[in-house]
Write a protein that binds this ligand. Structure first.
Ligand code: PLP
Length: 374
């Protein structure tokens, strides 16, 4: 940690979270477990045991069976495996998704379109919600998968996944949902969501980057998208990253044990943040009125250019912009555009709190924002 890092208020937990000290401890303790988990000898067995213990901890968090967890390099890979792995079981077919998905869902879908599959991108309303009756209407005889995110990374809006899952269960169509942002913020239960596949990301829930998982319902089959040996029941070949798997398991265990405490804290600091932000003239909360994650605020502030603003406050406050400037071109958030908020997108910022956020930080952050508007 350098001095500047200590001084900057971090309100970008949806981008990534710091690693929880108990997770770091777990990782450090497993770093010298050098055995290859596929080896039949003592060292291999020790490594395998660590992985299986972590698998139990991850599965416990979402109410799954351990054998339903496939470790991946993160939610991007889990999303790709779910979507491509399902589609490749067929030569062609139809997929339903939403227009506000993360690129790691949108881009595999677009890739499948280039391969001859058809994809319906459902709209959202001005609150950012998919209408479950739109899903019902979009279903075709050849629909092979519905993939709709559980909570949105930019707005925190939570989709009616359980309701969508109920309809799909009746029709025998698998549902995949990207829960990368949901773990540790809202309850994620396999039983309630009625999903066939769920993507998880370690680094959004106090574990390191480069680790995640796909929940794959027992008995459900996917084509692998990587080819190699038989690790992770052949769904994800490659020698396992034991320390990161152990760390992810620990992070899930902590979330499960301390869930109420974590969520109450998120609500407390985020409610305070919103209360303070609302004293800024012309500020609008995007996604207002929809169920939202307890830690995420996406707001538009009149007369600011979000990417410049984020840069301006950058030595005191770490937040995200709803638009980004790359090589002189401004990219507007596809999520806000889908919500009909194109005019607000350029002035939108995202503030996301975490379990280490303090009330003092929140109060100070709003002072910084106020000072920097003019
Ligand atoms: N899905 C959502 C909703 C996300 O917010 C992210 C990360 O930004 C991802 C998927 C990708 O996760 P990972 O970084 O673990 O690949």
């Amino acid at each position: 940690m350098d001095l500047l890092q200590d001084k900057i208020i971090y309100l970008d937990y949806n981008a990534t979270t710091p690693i929880e000290p108990r997770v770091i401890e777990e990782i450090v303790n497993t770093l010298d477990e050098f055995g290859n988990p596929s080896s039949a000898h003592y060292f291999g067995k020790r490594a395998k045991e660590i992985i299986e213990l972590a698998r139990i901890k991850v599965s416990n968090l979402i109410g799954a069976k351990p054998e339903e967890i496939i470790f991946t390099s993160g939610a991007t890979e889990a999303n790709n495996l779910a979507i491509l792995g399902r589609a490749l079981c067929f030569e062609k077919g139809h997929i339903i998704t939403s227009s506000i998905e993360h690129p790691s869902v949108l881009n595999p879908c677009k890739h499948l379109m280039r391969m001859g599959y058809e994809v319906t991108f459902l709209p959202v309303d001005s609150k950012g919600l998919v209408d479950p009756s739109d899903v019902k209407r979009a279903i075709r005889r050849d629909t092979l998968l519905v993939t709709i995110m559980h909570s949105n990374n930019e707005t925190g809006v939570i989709q009616p996944i359980a309701e969508i899952g109920e309809t799909l269960l009746e029709q025998g169509i698998p549902l995949h949902t990207d829960c990368a942002q949901s773990i540790g913020k809202v309850s994620v239960s396999v039983k309630d969501l009625k999903a066939t596949m769920i993507s998880l990301a370690g680094h959004k829930s106090y574990a390191p980057k480069g680790i995640g998982a796909l929940y794959l319902k027992e008995g459900f089959i996917l084509k692998p998208i990587l080819f190699g040996a038989s690790q992770e029941r052949g769904f994800r070949p490659g020698t396992e990253n034991i320390p990161h798997i152990a760390g992810f398991g620990k992070a899930c265990e902590i979330i499960r044990e301390e869930f109420n405490q974590i969520v109450n804290h998120l609500k407390e600091v985020t409610d305070l943040l919103l209360e303070k932000l609302l004293t800024i003239e012309g500020l609008r909360l995007n996604g207002e009125g929809a169920p939202r994650l307890p830690n995420t605020l996406n707001v538009s502030i009149k007369n600011i250019m979000a990417d410049e603003f984020v840069e301006r406050v950058g030595d005191r406050l770490a937040i995200s912009a709803g638009s980004a400037c790359h090589a002189g071109v401004r990219n507007i958030s596809h999520v806000l555009v889908a919500m009909g908020l194109k005019d607000f997108a350029l002035s939108s910022i995202r503030l996301s709190t975490g379990k280490f956020t303090t009330t003092e930080e929140v109060i100070h952050a709003v002072e910084i924002i106020k000072e920097s508007i003019n």
